[in-house]
Design a binder for this molecule. Structure first.
Ligand code: ZN
Length: 327
């Protein structure tokens, strides 16, 4: 069974939740929010199992008691995972699986725990139905909302829940984790960590996947031509990728790593310590070809595009202008 020490990063959140378990004083509602792959589902499961654990020791979940075994087998009677079939979580979903259910006392524990995944998909009526429960929750009720977009919640929900942001983990921590768990070479782990945006789960799933390989090769093919990319190719790539937000995100992350390396080569004349050391010959050529101001301009454009992707604005035009700075 997973425990808090299996989590990469999120030290403050973990210490907060461990305290709640130790003192037996959880809040009635939490919002765990962060990018997909940041670890919020994993932490929610460990926290819920820890609250329900009936083991003797301080280290909860113990992984051995009856409650932990039930949790591990996903058949704990006092954990309810709210599910939905459509693209939204409707008021009926919330009423039937949460609002009504929470009135029934826990079966075998001190708590009854509700985990709502993709909670940003609750529409306004669903949120209002939930709000009534949040205003007068039964003593044993604990609701954990998981979300990658906290701006979709009503202020009244936000004000009644403890909001815990799952921020990007340190790159070195992710590298260590990947080498330990996936036994991949250092170079591969570094690259996956750099392109994960600080999400260990994302890095873990991608590091040895064919999709990662494909994205990496596609992105590298463009970056190797930086400084002499043909406008025609720029337009073509922009058209081809414009609807694929995840591919663009990946490209930006790799581009940032790439140009940090080029800057390093430019200022030291060496590429031994580069993240993308295997691309050394391209790095050297670009370090000679590109002025500092040009590299700064490329990185500024990349940052602008990143902001647009986060705010859900159509990235097409910004992506094109980023590619054109590589010409
Ligand atoms: Zn236990």
């Amino acid at each position: 069974m997973k425990n808090f020490y299996d989590v990469v990063g999120h030290k403050h959140i973990i210490s907060h939740l461990k305290n709640a378990i130790r003192l037996n004083r959880p809040s009635h509602a939490y919002i765990f929010h962060g990018e997909d792959g940041s670890g919020k589902r994993l932490v929610a499961d460990i926290f819920a199992a820890g609250l329900l654990c009936t083991g003797e020791g301080e280290d909860k979940p113990c992984g051995k008691c009856r409650s932990c075994l039930q949790y591990e087998n996903r058949n704990h009677p006092d954990v309810i995972r709210v599910t939905h079939e459509k693209t939204v979580i409707s008021v009926d979903d919330i009423r039937s699986q949460l609002v009504n259910e929470i009135q029934i006392k826990p079966y075998s524990s001190d708590y009854k725990i509700f985990i709502v995944d993709e909670a940003e998909k609750m529409n306004e009526q669903a949120q209002n139905a939930l709000l009534k429960t949040l205003e007068e929750p039964p003593e044993y009720g604990v609701i954990i909302l998981l979300s990658n977009n906290v701006s979709m919640f009503l202020d009244t929900i936000l004000s009644r829940a403890v909001s815990l942001p799952f921020l990007p983990a340190e790159r070195e921590e992710i590298v260590k984790f990947l080498i330990q768990k996936k036994h991949v070479p250092d170079y591969q782990a570094r690259l996956a960590a750099a392109c994960s945006g600080g999400c260990p789960g994302l890095a873990y799933n991608s590091v040895d996947s064919p999709e990662f390989e494909e994205r990496r090769e596609k992105s590298l093919a463009v970056l190797r031509k930086a400084g002499r990319l043909e406008a025609e190719t720029a337009f073509e790539v922009s058209r081809e990728w414009s609807k694929q937000k995840e591919e663009i995100k990946f490209f930006i992350r790799l581009l940032e790593v790439w140009f940090r390396d080029v800057l390093y080569v430019k200022s030291t004349g060496r590429y031994g310590k580069c993240m993308l050391g295997e691309e050394g010959s391209y790095m050297e050529a670009q370090a000679r070809l590109l002025e500092y101001e040009k590299i700064a301009e490329i990185l500024r454009e990349a940052e602008k595009l990143c902001g647009r992707l986060d705010s859900n604005v159509n990235p097409e035009i910004s992506f094109e202008s980023l590619l054109l700075t590589l010409c």
